[in-house]
Write a protein that binds this ligand. Structure first.
Ligand SMILES: Nc1nc2c(c(=O)[nH]1)N[C@H]1C(S)=C(S)[C@@H](COP(=O)(O)O)O[C@H]1N2
Ligand SMILES: [Mo]
Length: 407
């Protein structure tokens, strides 16, 4: 047994000994609010501290929980603290307690040797890997869709960056021995639908993707166990891909020799097969494909929209960016509605799938100022000026503009 807090069996046992966690604590709902102006939505949202292992979060929905990260958290550093990392579940039947001694991860299907792995087998018996990666919901920023679309009305806080620690999915699949003819690998967790017959949440990856050596089964984030609501004790991490594939409370891996026909892989999480997943509302005959790689994004974190700054005096502006499925090549800003752009200084590189901080100074003359920020990935992909639209509000990544006053 290794002697670290993160990985010893004792620390997992400690969690089980907590006696179970109510998903919502009894504390009062009368909470402060945060301004979250979305087109057509209420201007304000409730803040909550009622969820286990979570500090202040924006309450989008209680059951199943949808909790958004307050945006100012992203100004504090490139790693999003576990206790303010966003939360999203599809079904409300989520275990509130995991018995870490009896928990098993099964690997079955088209393999030579089906496996049933204990947490000890995984944590202490396999090579450890570590990787920083952004976890972003496909529908992050959906609340800005115009016309509006159904689904969680997220602003920009359905994303977070963590240093994930675990084992490589490839190592686990190699132990089981994938048989020739295998096509896909399907993942499922301990959560269950609320009504009989409703489709259990499951997602699949192609076999090649599952074996790329980067997809991992994580048991820790930012040096601690996963919070229950972020998938304790194990979750899939699919670097560079939207979080719908990052199955939480992972307890079942199936190797398939036929394409996965389950609802969540086949029918849900589809995007138009067009540049930027963009289409016109009501447009017919658009080919839909499963959502996959993320696209570049960047944000100002040190100033809020509507802020006033001193005219003609240098003000430091900083924020975060990510390249999507590859690294950040450059982050540029514009003070003239995108006519000209100038580079910012990038912060420390924590790896190509991580948030990266950027910083620069501006000293605008008195008057109103619009500040635009644009990330270009290391593959040369840039954020678009106009927001895309599709029926699920997926893959928003338009250039952000802050309206400021210099006085
Ligand atoms: N088991 C399970 N895993 C899941 C989901 C779920 O409903 N059940 N939702 C997925 C979606 S759509 C998102 S956006 C992420 C959210 O991860 P987080 O709650 O850790 O931020 O979990 C993914 N993994
Ligand atoms: Mo999501």
């Amino acid at each position: 047994m290794r002697n670290t807090t993160v990985t010893t069996r004792r620390s997992f046992l400690g969690q089980a000994g907590a006696g179970g966690l109510a998903l919502v604590s009894g504390s009062a709902w009368a909470t402060p609010t945060v301004e979250l102006p979305l087109p057509g939505g209420p201007r304000e949202r409730a803040l909550t501290t009622a969820f286990p292992q979570k500090a202040t979060m924006i309450l989008q929905r209680t059951r199943p929980p949808l909790l958004e990260t307050p945006f100012e958290v992203f100004d504090r550093g490139v790693f999003t603290p576990n206790d303010q990392f966003y939360v999203r579940w599809h079904w409300a039947v989520i275990p509130t307690e995991i018995d870490v001694a009896s928990f098993r991860l099964s690997v079955s299907g088209h393999v030579d040797k089906p496996l049933s792995l204990s947490l000890e087998d995984i944590v202490d018996g396999m090579p450890r890997v570590e990787l920083a990666a952004v976890n972003q919901c496909s529908g992050n920023s959906r609340g800005f869709s115009q016309p509006s679309v159904p689904g969680a009305q997220w602003a920009n806080g359905a994303m977070g960056n963590a240093k994930w620690m675990g084992v490589s999915l490839k190592d686990v699949l190699d132990r089981a021995g994938v048989k020739p003819g295998a096509l896909q690998v399907r993942f499922a967790g301990l959560d269950q639908p609320v009504v009989d017959g409703a489709p259990k949440f499951m997602k699949s990856l192609s076999l090649d993707h599952a074996r790329d050596g980067e997809v991992m089964i994580a048991y820790a984030m930012n040096g601690e166990q996963l919070p229950l609501l972020n998938g304790f004790p194990l979750r899939l991490v699919v670097p560079g891909w939207y979080s719908t594939y990052w199955v939480k409370m992972l307890d079942r891996i199936e190797v398939l020799d036929t394409p996965d026909e389950n609802f969540w892989t086949r029918n849900a999480y589809l995007i138009p097969d067009t540049p930027g997943a963009d289409m016109t509302p009501g447009q017919a005959g658009v080919k839909m494909v499963p959502i996959n790689r993320m696209v570049p994004r960047s944000f100002v974190t040190s100033l809020k929209d509507g802020a006033t700054l001193k005219a003609a005096v240098p003000t430091v502006v900083r924020g975060i960016a990510f390249g999507g499925s590859t690294g950040v090549g450059a982050v540029d800003i514009s003070l003239d509605d995108g006519a000209t752009w100038r580079p910012t200084t990038l912060g420390r590189d924590e790896g190509k799938y991580s948030f990266r901080q950027w910083q620069t100074e501006i000293a605008p003359a008195a008057g109103s100022v619009s500040l635009m920020v644009r990330c270009t990935s290391s593959d040369g992909l840039s954020q678009p000026k106009a927001m895309n639209w599709n029926p699920s509000g997926f893959m928003h990544n338009a250039i952000e503009t802050l309206h400021l006053t210099a006085a």
